[in-house]
Design a protein around this ligand. Structure first.
Ligand code: 4AZ
Length: 386
């Protein structure tokens, strides 16, 4: 199994080594979107299991050096976005190095080198380091511009997290900057984790995922034509987000408080919502075209898990690649942890930080609190009773 990142309604980004092994590409794959608990259904919104229609490979993938370890999965049906399922943004600046920035990596991989995988999605925070950092250059030598390292003592991605996202907050949105690739063991002192560097592949990604955007074109990619000199004023009125979903109620859309009715939303703090979100479902006809326009409303990052490729080409398709998507916490405000929630009936070994149905939580022996101050048990529908 591997991870992956939802890029838009049709494409998941993962690692090449998740879909190809010893020169043989997997024949089929299944992506699980909105998954959280692998062996019990505690998700408040059911996951979407979508077969992969096409695996888009990097033909410069070097299996022996684990270079260009990045692949795209074209889904056979469109993902339905919801509170727990929103694509991650792609970086817009190909030259950004992110050195020194804290980033979140997530997955269902092993919780120690050679240990067992996690039934529940886990996340941790690691610092992106320069390729020349001793924790990167020391163990791996010169990894060039196609890879990046992230290191924080005592925590790491691990086996089974491969293909999954390394995200950080950029302009208030979660942006996927790395794809989990490899490392010497896991959380080994002075050995960083290695990630495919997403900025190195932006053109390739954008060229290949073009038909997966709501509007037909990637709103994050600057148009080649110049913006008009007389820009029409943007209004603070309703914003049409129906390409993302028919959601109704109050939401934090990329941290902006908003109220929505069947996908038509207005901010409740006076912000010009559509403009702040950079018109994810296209610009209204009266508004001037924006130049660079990052994508999605709710700041959800996908953390799919994928299965390893089959090495031999079997005649029957293996029950392969699972790629769940789960939300990364949406707001980073320092708040008091919420009420204690007993989840021991789900997993009595929950220890550490998790994303539970998209809710960031900290757990000790199966008892958890939301770190965003919310009432975890209530949001999960009290899975282990009150
Ligand atoms: C793996 O085998 C793997 N510590 C992924 C990430 C890391 C190590 C191993 C990074 O999938």
């Amino acid at each position: 199994m591997c991870g992956g990142t939802l890029i838009n309604r049709k494409y998941v980004m993962t690692a090449m080594h998740c879909v190809k092994s010893s020169g043989v590409t997997a024949r089929s794959a299944l992506v699980k979107i909105g998954e959280f608990s692998l062996n019990s259904a505690i998700e408040t919104i059911p996951q979407q299991n979508i077969p992969v229609a096409q695996i888009i490979e990097r033909d410069d993938y070097d299996e022996s050096r684990i270079n260009n370890d990045i692949a795209l999965l074209r889904l056979s049906t469109d993902v339905v976005f919801n509170d727990n399922v929103v694509p991650a943004c792609l970086p817009t600046d190909p030259n950004q190095q992110y050195v020194g920035q804290q980033a979140i990596v997530s997955g269902w991989g092993t919780t120690s080198s050679g240990g067992s995988t996690s039934n529940l999605l886990k996340e941790t925070t690691v610092k992106i380091v320069a390729n020349s950092d001793s924790t990167c250059l020391g163990p791996y030598g010169n990894i060039g511009s196609t890879r990046m390292c992230a290191y924080t003592a005592g925590t790491d991605s691990c086996q089974g997290d491969s293909g999954g996202p390394l995200v950080l907050k950029e302009d208030g949105r979660y942006t996927v900057v790395g794809v989990v690739s490899y490392g010497n063991g896991c959380a080994r002192a002075n050995n960083a984790g290695v990630y495919a560097r997403v900025t190195n592949y932006l053109s390739w990604i954008n060229e290949n995922v073009a038909d997966g955007w709501c509007s037909g074109t990637n709103p994050t990619v600057a148009p080649t034509t110049a913006a008009p000199t007389t820009a029409a004023p943007t209004t603070g009125g309703a914003c049409d987000l129906t390409c993302i979903g028919d959601f109704t109620g109050n939401y934090l859309l990329n941290g902006l408080p908003a109220t929505c009715n069947l996908g038509i939303c207005s901010s409740t703090d006076g912000t010009d919502l559509c403009s702040a979100l950079r018109f994810p479902c296209g610009t209204p006809t009266t508004a001037a075209p924006t130049t660079a326009a990052p994508t999605t409303a709710a700041p959800t990052t996908a953390a799919p898990t994928t299965a390893p490729p089959t090495t031999a080409p079997p005649t029957t398709a293996p029950p392969t690649t699972a790629a769940p998507t789960t939300a990364v916490p949406t707001s980073a405000a320092p708040v008091k942890p919420g009420k204690l929630c007993n989840l021991r009936c789900v997993n009595r070994n929950l220890n550490g930080n998790y994303l539970i149905n998209g809710i960031p939580a900290i757990c000790r022996r199966g008892r958890c609190r939301a770190t965003d101050g919310s009432h975890l048990c209530k949001q999960l529908g009290f899975p282990c009773r009150r």
